[in-house]
Design a protein around this ligand. Structure first.
Ligand code: NAD
Length: 485
């Protein structure tokens, strides 16, 4: 570990909308009293920035602060309804390359009600890829498409981050959830990279679950999991499930981590109906700030604040969202809760496990292995066609456009083979994937033959939407076979 920096650490802070300013004030008050040494730069984000005509919700000048401090403590914002506005979170994540989203989900039983008192897991969600690229198209009258991109380097760094995190924070097992029995190439790559990286960490257990049964198991016996790494969409959904079954989404903080830059925030939103009433729970943002203190090398302050917070929860000093006559002693508001945590600085929980963070910086880099690219060869083409007349007519036109070098192999509809040898029961829409390959499917096809084929299709009146090249990589097929092929 690198030595912690000395002197105040510059951070960028945004107070956000709704309950944001109240919970940020409470958070900064507690961490400062806990010994955090911060040089705060404040930026504006959210409603007022959107209203000023900036569709990304962040002032242009704010990027300068973020790029110089490289640490962002962010309160929730109110996202305007309707089109034209971009998600600030997605913008910040992508612009700063925040590839891993970390969400610790421990239970605080018996002080916060949960059916899973033994649970203490951390979700590590891939944050930039998958279906979150926003690459969507309407392709025909009936069909829309969203592109799911899983990359080797993107997967490798988030998976290695999960293993590295597990090792540094005394965790013993890393689990991975994918649906690679169906998405053999995309989720298959995520799973394959997981297995490869796991081999570098023989001191940690690892396991893979198909997402459906893995999610069921997570909801039933979350105490069996430790660190879970997932592709973006599954991670988005299951991190909320995990936080909720731990006791409350309102208590969860998250870290969005990139290469030497990170953003910390509560997982909840700006709760507009509670704004200005001094009733919101600042715990999610406070625990995110604890993660930030660990990240910037102020582990001692993080330890003091987190233990005082645990003791406050244990003492039954609760805000309305978690107040329960069975476990609570005192109902407090936002600032009253902050006062209670400040009053307990230096104390430890008596029942819940105390925390002890290292004093070195929590920043750590993860490398991506250099690889020699495999030999890539074009062996055919999938042509996607918009067609509303009978399939036999389409097949006839496509057979007529084939030549000895590049012939029609099959037509599928929604992935199901319908030609040759289709059956009338198969439900079809106006979107057909037509596969053309050479007589030997492993023989490379010159790109010129593909272009000539497309020309013949246009001349025959076949409207194509898009094409996907069929490639082999080092002789291995880089495309799926159709269902029924
Ligand atoms: P929300 O998380 O703001 O509220 C959901 C429920 O939880 C509400 O009942 C709310 O009162 C309660 N709640 C949330 N935080 C609380 C707290 N700290 N203490 C006590 N109770 C709390 O979600 P929503 O109502 O769907 O969204 C409100 C706004 O927040 C929307 O504009 C949404 O787009 C935005 N949002 C922003 C972020 C972010 O900035 N990261 C995240 C989620 C939602």
């Amino acid at each position: 570990m690198i030595n912690p920096p000395t002197g105040p650490v510059p951070i960028t802070v945004a107070h956000g909308d709704g309950i944001g300013p109240e919970i940020m004030d409470a958070t900064l008050r507690v961490v400062t009293a806990g010994g955090a040494d911060l040089a705060v730069e404040t930026i504006r984000i959210g409603q007022s920035v959107y209203a000023a005509g900036n569709t990304s919700g962040i002032e242009p000048g704010a990027w300068e602060s973020l790029r110089s401090t490289r640490v962002f403590l962010k309160a929730p914002i109110t996202t305007p309804q309707g089109g034209g506005y971009k998600s600030l979170n997605v913008t910040v994540r992508k612009a700063l390359g925040l590839f891993a989203n970390l969400r610790p989900c421990p239970a605080y039983a018996p002080f916060v009600a949960t059916r899973h008192p033994g649970m203490d897991l951390v979700i590590v969600r891939e944050n930039e890829e998958d279906v979150y690229g926003g690459i969507e198209h309407r392709q025909t009258e009936d069909v829309t498409q969203c592109l799911k991109l899983i990359t080797r380097p993107g997967t490798e760094r988030v998976v290695r981050y999960a293993f590295e995190y597990a090792r540094r924070y005394g965790r013993s097992k890393v689990s991975c959830f994918t649906k690679d029995n169906i998405m053999k190439l995309t989720d298959g790559l995520f799973h394959q990279v997981f297995e490869e990286v796991a081999g570098e960490y023989p001191d940690l257990d690892h396991e893979h679950w198909i997402i459906d049964i893995g999610a069921a198991k997570l909801a039933d016996t979350p105490e069996d999991f430790d660190v879970i790494v997932l592709p973006n969409l599954y991670g988005d959904i299951l991190s909320d499930v995990a936080a909720q079954i731990a006791g409350s989404v309102g208590l969860a903080g998250s870290a969005n981590v990139g290469t030497d830059v990170a953003m910390f925030e509560a997982v909840h939103g700006s709760a507009p109906p509670l704004a200005g009433k001094d009733v919101a729970n600042p715990s999610g943002l406070l625990l995110a700030a604890v993660q930030m203190l660990v990240y910037i090398g102020q582990g001692e302050a993080a330890t003091r604040v987190h233990n005082a917070w645990l003791r406050t929860i244990e003492d039954g000093v609760h805000t309305a969202d978690i107040h329960d006559p069975a476990t609570s002693t005192t109902l407090v508001g936002t600032s009253g809760f902050a006062d209670a945590v400040v009053a307990r600085l230096g104390e430890h929980p008596r029942t819940l496990r105390s925390v002890a963070y290292p004093s070195g910086t929590g920043r750590f880099g993860v490398s991506v292995r250099e690889r020699t690219p495999a030999r890539k060869e074009l062996v055919g083409i999938d042509v996607f066609v918009d067609w509303r007349r009978p399939i036999e007519e389409l097949a006839g036109l496509l057979e007529g456009c084939s030549d000895p070098g590049l012939g029609l192999v099959m037509i599928t509809n929604r992935g199901q083979k319908v030609y040759p040898d289709g059956i009338p029961e198969t439900f079809c829409v106006d979107h057909w994937r037509c596969r053309f390959q050479g007589p030997d499917p492993d023989r490379p096809v010159p790109a010129e033959e593909v272009v000539a084929l497309l020309g013949r299709l246009v001349a025959a009146g076949v409207g194509f939407i898009k094409t996907e090249g069929l490639f082999t990589f080092g002789g291995e097929r880089g495309f799926s076979l159709g269902q029924g092929q």
